[in-house]
Design a protein around this ligand. Sequence first.
Ligand SMILES: [Zn+2]
Length: 410
Amino acid sequence: MASRFKTQPDLKVYNTMTMQKEPFQTRIPGKVSMFVCGPTVQSYLHVGHARTYTFYDVVARYLSHLGFEVNFLMNVTDIDDKITQAAKAEGMDPIRLAERYTKAFLEDTDSLKIYTVTKYERVSNYVQETMRQISTLIASGNAYVADGTVYFNTATFPDFGKLSHLTTKELSLRPLELSVKKKHLLDFALWRPVILVEGRWDSPWGRGSPGWHIQDTAVTLTNFGPQYDVHGGGYELIYPHHEAEIAQGESLTKVKPLVKYWVHTGLVNIEGNKMSKSLGNVLSVRDALKQYGSDTLRLYLLSHHYRVDMDFQEKGLKQMHETYLALRAKAKIMEERRATKARRRDSGKVLAQFYAFLNDDFDTPQAIAFMMKLIEDGASEKDQNQVELYYEALRITSNILGVNFFGRLQ
Ligand SMILES: [Zn+2]
C-alpha cells in the first residue's frame, strides 16, 4: 500500500543524546524504525511498564496518523537472573515461568490497547546471534575473555558515556559488576559462565548465558541493520544499558550513530514512594484495569508528561475515572445531536491546536485537555453541523490517544 506520507511534519522530539528538541526527520522519508526495551518476564506487568509502553503506543499511533509507515519492535527479555530467582521462589522451571509471564504480558498490552507494536521478539531466539556478535567483538579487539566471562573493553570505545553526558570518571562512581578479572571498572559482561548464572547454552567460551545488553543488540541489528530512528525506554536504562547498546552496536558495525533519537520516559512512583517488591506497593496492570478499565488508565497515565517522573495515586486515578464517565455521557449527547447527513467537513482547523501540542515533543497532557474540552464544547453546541464537526474531530483524537468514549465500558 502506498504511504500517505506527503510532507515532513512539524514534529519536534526531545533527544537525550543532544539534550534538545530536534525536528523529526527519519533516515528514510515516510518510514520510522522504532525499538523500545520490553519487560523482563519474571512477574506481571506493573503500572510503570504501562506508562512507558502506552506512551510509545501513542507515539506510534501519531506517527501512523501523520502517514509514516511505523516499524515498531519490542523485545521480551526471557533470559535473566531475575527470572531464575523468581522461578526458584515459585519452585518452577525458569523456561516455563518466562513463558507464563510472556503470555501474561501480551494479554496485558492487548488490554491496554497497545496495538501498534509490529513485532515482539523473545531474546531467547537470538542467543546464536549474540554469540556471533561477541565473536566479532573479540576478533576486533573490543572484547576479551577473563575467567570464563567475556567483557566488552570500554577503553576501546572513547564515546562510552555520551548518552549519559558523564565522563568515565563520573561513571566510575556508579560501577557495574565488580570483578577483579576485569581490565577496567566500566567493562560490562557480554557472556557469563554457568558458575555465575543459570546458563543453558554452549558457546565458544563455555556453557553460559548472554548478557542483558548484547541481547538487545542482537535483536535490533538483526531486524533494523546498523542504524534505526528511535530507541525508547525508561530513563533509568540510559546507563549502563543504553550506553552498552551504543558501544556494542557502533563497534560491531562501525556505523554512527546507532540511533537517531533517544527518547526516554520518567519513573512512576506510587503514593510518593518508589515502587518495589519489598515495600509491597507494586500495582499490577491487571489490578488497575480490573477496577478502572483501559480508557481511564490511559487517560491518567498520558495526562502526565512522559519525561517527568509521575506519582501514581489511587485518588488521582479514581478522579480520572469520574471525569471519564462524565465525558462519556457528554460524548453520547454529541452522538445523538450530530447531523449525520451533513456534508463531511474538514476537522483540520478544529484540530490545529491538538496537532501543535503533539508536535511539541508529544505533549499528551495538553492533547488530553484539548480532547476533553472538545467534548465539553461539542455537548453544549446547538448547531448540528457544528456538532458533527466536533464529533469527527473527537474520532481522530480518540484514535491517536487510544481512548474511546463510545460503546461498552472496557
Ligand atoms: Zn533493552
